[in-house]
Write a protein that binds this ligand. Structure first.
Ligand SMILES: Cc1cc2nc3c(=O)[nH]c(=O)nc-3n(C[C@H](O)[C@H](O)[C@H](O)COP(=O)(O)OP(=O)(O)OC[C@H]3O[C@@H](n4cnc5c(N)ncnc54)[C@H](O)[C@@H]3O)c2cc1C
Length: 556
């Protein structure tokens, strides 16, 4: 079947004058990502040079019902940009960058990376306000998930700083959308997991860039002191960036987690296996170095040797993970499986939640970074980014490396439990994770009303469900991988609409789904995100079989 499928796609694309790489190398490469956990093998890889070539590919895929997924830097951890028996669209050549320095924005091709955008904007002493910690991610890739960074506590997410988008929907047409024009498409696409179209270009907000950053790190032995100070710093905004970490309470672990930032500190301190670290970053102009004592003099960190201060250029700070990446590549850890998990919990639950999670793991279960990032709810306005119903929020994340690699599945399963424990205290997940969410779980993630809105947008902009199927947002895994045995190349029989269906964008199955959604949603007419969040949580009791479903699906 695969061979026939390949031939079909190859000939069809040749007729349409579209180049597709069907070599084993290209297909293997596209069936891998930073997670190295799952592999969905595509029929081939297309690399459009511009929106016209992209349009040919999208039109072909839509008419032939071949699933399609854009890929930026493939730094997903569980196959989110892969596509079984479909076409992977490598976006890296759609990477133009035009900085409008007098208007403080840039139009950026979605295949460009945040590093490339930063390099271009710094020429004009401008910068995007929010960066992910690691900047070799594509614009399209992070705008599809959210994009959190050290500045998020004040500036919101990367998707909160997008002024407009050019999105190619399944009809092959580029649609301009913003908060005031085609706003349903704009809000659906930002954090929309690639479900509604392919982002071709994004208009990104820019702010003046300082030349330098004072990078201050300090340690804590007590989690409550640590959390209290994190929120002192986020609330009074004395720093431009604030982040927290859990680090091992032993000499080797502390040195490796901090780049030996605290060489004179005697560890262990006490008998708990973990310490905590706050990183504050303060931007400044040349010759105007901020006073460290003013910045951290009133904090309750471990005294004396537990403070490290570096003067970096702004670029060095934003690209601060460059040395870490080089090191991880050199020892091979970059290429091992990465079963990551990120959850958001309300500040009020964060101390007990984190202590419990830390009691269940050792350093050997992580082999990577443990994040404790403080956020405030207000600056995060994006509709597709559900957060706990709390003004102060904590992101807790295990950025694991599976050592040995055979532990990847076991650690992914542990992630499901970490996620459920977060939900039990009013938490939410970040959609980038190595956990298996399918429609029922995504509905709980987004909340009833938002999920219904997104489902409506899906039917409008991608009625044949061709885009990014491996996110499993609207169709579960078994349907997405259910290629017909008779070689008719429809990726999902349930989506094989007849002509009438095309006109109204619905099919029978989906009408059924919609009906059940409607009944689920009867008591939830509010658009209010916080309502969605609390409804969301109460869904738990209704869907108590969900975790069973997930483990069943994995064994499938
Ligand atoms: C080392 C590392 C560090 C990270 N640090 C952070 C961090 O600090 N903060 C944070 O928020 N996240 C972070 N992430 C997670 C990262 O933001 C997401 O995994 C992101 O989606 C990866 O971008 P990418 O270009 O690799 O996307 P890909 O993996 O290529 O794609 C991700 C999803 O987006 C879709 N997509 C890609 N391009 C487009 C497009 N043009 N149009 C529509 N859909 C598209 C894909 O189909 C897929 O569904 C990190 C990940 C790694 C591996």
């Amino acid at each position: 079947m695969l061979k026939t499928g390949l031939l079909f796609v190859f000939f069809a694309l040749a007729v349409c004058d579209i180049a597709i790489d069907t070599t084993t190398d290209a297909r293997n490469n596209a069936a891998d990502d930073y997670g190295h956990i799952v592999s969905h093998f595509p029929l081939g890889v297309a690399t459009p040079q511009d929106a016209n070539e992209l349009s040919d590919i999208v039109l072909f895929a839509n008419s032939a019902r071949v699933p399609i997924a854009a890929v930026g830097q493939a730094h997903s951890v569980k196959g989110q940009a892969q596509v079984e028996d479909g076409i992977v669209v490598n976006m890296t050549n759609i990477n133009s960058i035009n900085v409008f320095e007098n208007d403080n924005f840039a139009w950026v091709g979605a295949g460009a990376t945040w590093r490339e955008l930063l390099q271009a904007t710094l020429t004009f002493d401008l910068t995007p306000p929010v960066f992910t910690d690691y900047i070799d991610l594509s614009i399209g890739g992070t705008l599809s998930v959210g994009g959190v960074g050290s500045q998020t506590f004040r500036e919101g997410l990367q998707i909160d700083n997008v002024l407009a988008l050019k999105v190619m929907t399944s009809d092959g047409v580029v649609q301009l959308c913003s908060a005031t024009e085609n706003s349903d498409l704009y809000h659906a696409v930002l954090g929309g997991l690639g479900q509604f179209g392919i982002v071709v270009e994004a208009q990104i907000n820019l702010v003046p860039a300082y030349a330098n950053t004072l990078y201050v790190r300090t340690l804590y032995a007590d989690i409550d002191d640590f959390l209290a100070d994190l929120f002192v710093l986020t609330n009074d905004e004395r720093f431009d960036g604030v982040q927290g970490f859990v680090v091992a309470n032993d000499a080797a672990g502390l040195a490796s987690a901090t780049g030996n930032a605290f060489p004179d500190l005697e560890v262990p301190i006490g008998d708990f296996p973990w310490l905590y670290m706050i990183e504050g970053s303060k931007y400044y102009a040349d010759g105007d170095v901020p006073d460290v004592q003013t910045l951290i003099g009133d904090l309750n960190h471990i005294p004396e040797d537990a403070v490290n201060v570096l003067e970096l250029t702004y670029f060095e700070f934003i690209a601060r993970l460059d040395p870490t990446e080089a090191f991880l590549r050199s020892i091979g850890a970059w290429y091992l499986p990465h079963p990551w998990i990120d959850v958001f919990v309300p500040r009020s639950e964060s101390s007990s939640y984190i202590l419990n999670e830390l009691s269940l793991i050792t350093s050997a279960d992580v082999n990577g970074v443990i994040l404790v990032y403080p956020y405030l709810n207000d600056p995060i306005q994006a509709l597709n980014f559900p957060l706990p119903d709390s003004e102060e929020i904590v992101l807790f994340a295990l950025l694991r490396t599976a050592v040995p690699p055979e532990r990847a599945l076991e650690l992914s399963e542990d992630n499901d439990e970490i996620y459920e424990r977060a939900r039990a205290v009013g938490g939410t997940g970040y959609s980038i994770d190595a956990i298996t969410l399918e429609p029922k779980e995504w509905k709980k993630h987004f909340g009833n009303q938002r999920y219904k809105d997104l489902k409506d947008a899906k039917e409008l902009y991608d009625p044949n469900h061709i885009f990014a199927p491996s996110q499993f947002v609207f169709k579960d895994k078994s349907k997405c991988n259910n290629q017909d045995d008779d070689d008719d190349h429809h990726y999902d029989d349930n989506n094989h609409n007849d002509d009438d269906d095309h006109h109204n964008g619905h099919n029978d199955d989906d009408d059924d789904d919609d009906r059940s959604d409607d009944s689920d949603d009867r008591s939830d007419d509010s658009d209010d995100r916080s309502d969605d969040r609390s409804d969301d949580r109460s869904d738990d009791s209704d869907d108590s079989d969900d975790s069973d479903d997930r483990s069943d699906d994995r064994s499938d």
